[in-house]
Ligand binder design. Structure first.
Ligand code: F6R
Length: 579
């Protein structure tokens, strides 16, 4: 994963890079670092620290670093431990080039062997990029040829931002990891995504694989490693997609849960108006293709399970598979529609499933939160879930908006669903139930294992709630089909074991599974309009959204009770750009 940023212009680069790193922190927060330089002077100031961006500002007077060109990195460790010497930027031992990298260079050892006169100082795969480029430039190779040579020799994925300390040029190149260039007034930005610099400019050029850009004060020069100079289109991105604040909330996660009523309303409006034609085209694709497959990871995968459920109600046969296993289990051909679902639109495993399907002639559609993302760019038709920026690593409002998009599609394809006033109902679900959820979190704060059971449309919900319980309060949780309990897991139910039962209808089949748990002394907590303590509207089709939201709130408040770092759970990152 990792977030990278670069700046060249007339302002204090360290301040801009620091702001960019704060905005990119959701991509990784194991370590952080920056390099600042100036065309007018030799050398580069480098500062690195283990941990979050705040560690860098606590250890160093970053703003005092002098220079108008800078690069920065926030790391999610893949190769090499979490330590200061493995933190980026990495610099060639000739000191000519400093780099920051997102991705994995698979053959880094092989490349390093050819750089035998170079001294390496980290255990990362990334450091080899700095030495490779430094060696080339020292030998008089042009920057263009050095980048092209790298593209020929490197295997794996990379988005690299680098600075040549001799010429003061900032440059970036990519293959398989995202990189975007921001065009300001006489100043230029480059980063993993628009959040890196969205507060400074919304005019963006998205680089494609094997594109590279050289930036100096005269502006960007775009090239392709095989095609030479290329013209790139400037896209103006929506400002609301890059906003970042926590408002009056203590955490982004809570703010994002509370944003759901507005986000759902905005989405409904757009599906009925500005995205209406895309919905129609999507439905045509659903009906034209023999085989409909979803692919996604994590929370997005749970949303696709609901997509399969809703489409089946519309008479459309569909399946879903976690994207990292897609190639092991799925066969696709020219009659297949692949629907990739992704909040970030950048998830590597999902992009791999797309590439695999494209090679076999499948049609690609997608549902994403991030406009202009790689997954959207690979799609014939792509619906946007309009949830706005999600900062907390744990996905919440984007799950709800994805599910509503899928329900809307199923209804457009012929399902006689009941959506109701979902936005207002969601508002009352949050308002009416949060106090009880807080009490429950206090009661359950010392529990280490929890179970969530559902059937039909609530099975995906059980999986999603269990994921949030793991991710945010670090509680071992399993989400499962109620009917499966008796086939093994029931052995784990003891006196007082918390089991959340998702019961959307009064005489739902799950009620008998609830009795099985109660008979073994389990502590059953109903999430239901009919049983238990919660106040939930009787909207059959929207129940999964309300139930999941109670699970989001519970995970949040349990996280607070247990003192967890809610917005940035350990070992995780929001945008997963590695395999
Ligand atoms: C969990 C979570 C992750 C993501 C997964 C896929 O709260 O956020 O499980 O859902 O990494 O990410 P996207 O949707 O960006 O493809």
């Amino acid at each position: 994963m990792c977030g990278i940023i670069g700046y060249i212009g007339g302002r204090n680069a360290s301040q801009i890079v620091l702001g960019g790193l704060e905005n990119l922190e959701y991509r990784g927060y194991d370590s952080v670092g920056m390099a600042v330089t100036d065309p007018a002077r030799d050398g580069t100031d480098i500062r690195r620290a283990v941990g979050e961006v705040s560690e860098l500002t606590e250890e160093y007077d970053i703003i005092a670093l002098d220079g108008t060109t800078g690069i920065g990195h926030t790391r999610w460790a893949t190769h090499g431990s979490v330590s200061e010497h493995n933190a980026h930027p990495h610099t060639c031992c000739t000191e000519r080039v400093s780099i920051v990298h997102n991705g994995i260079i698979k053959n880094y050892e092989e490349i390093a062997e050819r750089l035998e006169s170079h001294e390496f100082s980290s255990e990362t795969d990334s450091e080899v990029i700095a030495h490779f480029l430094g060696e080339q430039l020292r030998n008089g190779t042009s920057l263009h040829d050095a980048i092209q040579q790298f593209a020929v020799q490197a295997e794996g994925t990379y988005a690299v931002v680098a600075v040549d300390t001799e010429t003061g040029e900032l440059f970036g190149f990519k293959h398989g990891s995202p990189l975007a260039v921001g065009i300001g007034d006489d100043e230029y930005f480059i980063g993993s995504d628009v959040h890196a610099f969205g507060e400074h400019t919304q005019d963006v050029v998205f680089l494609e694989d094997n594109d590279y850009v050289i930036l100096d004060l005269d502006g960007p020069a775009f090239h392709h490693t095989e095609d030479g100079p290329v013209e790139k289109e400037i896209t103006t991105v929506d400002e609301s997609a890059v906003g970042n604040g926590k408002g009056d909330y203590d955490h982004h996660m809570l703010k994002e849960i509370h944003e759901q009523p507005d986000a759902l309303y905005r989405l409904q409006e757009s599906l009925n108006r500005s995205q209406h034609e895309k919905v129609e085209r999507f439905v045509e694709l659903l009906q034209e293709n023999n085989k409909v497959l979803f692919t996604a990871a994590g929370t997005s995968y749970h949303a696709t399970l609901l997509g399969v459920y809703y489409l089946q109600k519309a008479g459309i046969e569909a399946q879903t598979l976690i994207s990292s296993e897609f190639q092991n289990y799925e066969r696709v051909d020219e009659d297949t529609l692949l629907i990739a679902v992704s909040q970030s639109g950048e998830t590597r495993d999902t992009l791999d499933a797309i590439e695999y399907s494209q090679e076999r002639g499948a049609e690609i559609a997608s549902i994403v939160n991030m406009p202009h993302s790689a997954i959207q760019r690979e799609s014939t038709v792509s619906l946007e879930i309009q949830a706005g920026k999600e900062v907390a690593v744990a996905a919440t409002k984007t799950f709800s908006n994805t599910v509503l998009t899928l329900l809307h599609l199923a209804v457009a394809a012929g399902y006689d669903g009941q959506i109701g006033n979902i936005s207002e109902h969601m508002r009352s679900v949050i308002q009416e139930n949060e106090p009880r959820i807080q009490e429950l979190a206090a009661e359950l704060a010392d529990e280490d294992d929890m179970y969530v059971i559902g059937r039909g449309s609530t099975y995906p919900v059980s999986r999603e709630i269990a994921l949030k319980l793991k991710e945010v309060p670090y509680i071992h949780a399993e989400g499962m089909m109620g009917g499966e309990l008796k086939h093994g897991t029931l052995a784990l139910i003891e006196d007082g074991t918390p089991v959340f039962a998702l019961v959307p209808e009064e005489d739902d089949e799950i009620v008998s599974n609830v009795h099985e748990v109660e008979a073994r002394g389990g502590n059953v907590i109903h999430i239901s309009p009919y049983y238990g303590d919660f106040d939930i509207p009787e909207d059959r089709d929207a129940f999964p959204l309300y139930a999941t939201t109670l699970g989001f709130l519970l995970s949040y408040h349990l996280g607070r009770e247990r003192g967890c770092p809610i917005d940035k759970p350990r070992n995780l990152a929001k945008t997963v750009t590695v395999r």
